[in-house]
Design a protein around this ligand. Structure first.
Ligand SMILES: NC(=O)c1ccc[n+]([C@@H]2O[C@H](COP(=O)([O-])OP(=O)(O)OC[C@H]3O[C@@H](n4cnc5c(N)ncnc54)[C@H](OP(=O)(O)O)[C@@H]3O)[C@@H](O)[C@H]2O)c1
Length: 209
């Protein structure tokens, strides 16, 4: 599949791209700054410039699947959380619908809730709105909800559950492995699951969903 990675310069997305280059799938990297191209050129991964605050149809058109791994991050204001994690995400879903990109894999988070009262409620609310919208789109979605992200090496040992509230840490490598694996496991379609570093081999945990 030709897979558009949204947020391709991100810490998790870079790992997704690397794994896609090692897979049967073809990555297209959506970045918002041409200075981010060099590393992707070295990997032989085509890039497309697009920003989630503006139309992204030119990036989505012609792809078979989307992996959404973008986010406004913790250093921007709450306004950007709404504009990117909520509205920007929905913009990408609409573009997927318009251009017939049926497969959509969302990097989300545990503890999302439209009524969240957490320390980062603005984030958990924005992600919940985006996730809830995705479920209603008719797209073949998978929503992957990790705990706190770390830069630990890949263990590909995880705990996967359909309960989306909880606690725990997840290595970005394990998240990337799960996001890419979802492309090959159709039993993940129309499912949302939490993903925490654990003891079960990733493929086994995904197959058991
Ligand atoms: N941090 C955690 O503990 C945690 C826990 C659970 C879930 N998550 C989720 O995981 C996601 C990925 O985490 P990460 O650490 O890999 O994030 P990251 O390194 O901050 O990457 C986010 C990417 O999103 C891109 N982006 C931001 N605004 C954009 C826009 N308007 N248009 C297009 N792209 C845009 C950024 O582009 P630039 O490179 O150009 O800035 C960046 O490359 C987070 O966004 C969050 O939703 C995080």
């Amino acid at each position: 599949m030709k897979v558009l990675v949204i947020g391709a310069n991100g810490n998790t997305a870079k790992r997704v791209i690397r794994r896609l280059t090692e897979s049967e799938h073809d990555a297209v990297a959506m970045i918002r700054n041409s200075s981010q191209r060099a590393n992707l050129d070295k990997l032989g991964v085509p890039t497309v410039l697009a920003d989630l605050e503006y139309p992204i149809d030119h990036a989505v058109e012609g792809c078979d699947a989307i992996i959404f791994a973008a986010g406004s991050g913790g250093k921007t204001g709450k306004d950007k959380t709404v504009l990117i994690d909520h509205i920007g995400a929905i913009r990408s879903m609409v573009a997927a619908q318009v251009h017939g990109v049926q497969r959509y894999i969302m990097l989300s988070s545990i503890n999302n809730d439209v009524n969240s009262q957490s320390r980062i409620a603005h984030y958990h609310r924005a992600k919940a709105h985006a996730d809830n919208h995705l479920v209603e789109t008719g797209l073949d979605y998978t929503i992957v909800c990790p705990g706190g992200l770390t830069d630990e090496p890949s263990s590909e040992l995880v705990t996967i559950a359909t309960e989306l509230q909880g606690s725990g840490m997840t290595s970005r490598e394990n998240v990337a492995a799960a996001l890419v694996a979802c492309l090959d496991y159709d039993n993940t379609i129309r499912k949302s699951f939490s993903l925490i570093d654990g003891k079960t081999p990733l493929a086994q945990a995904i197959k058991a969903l």
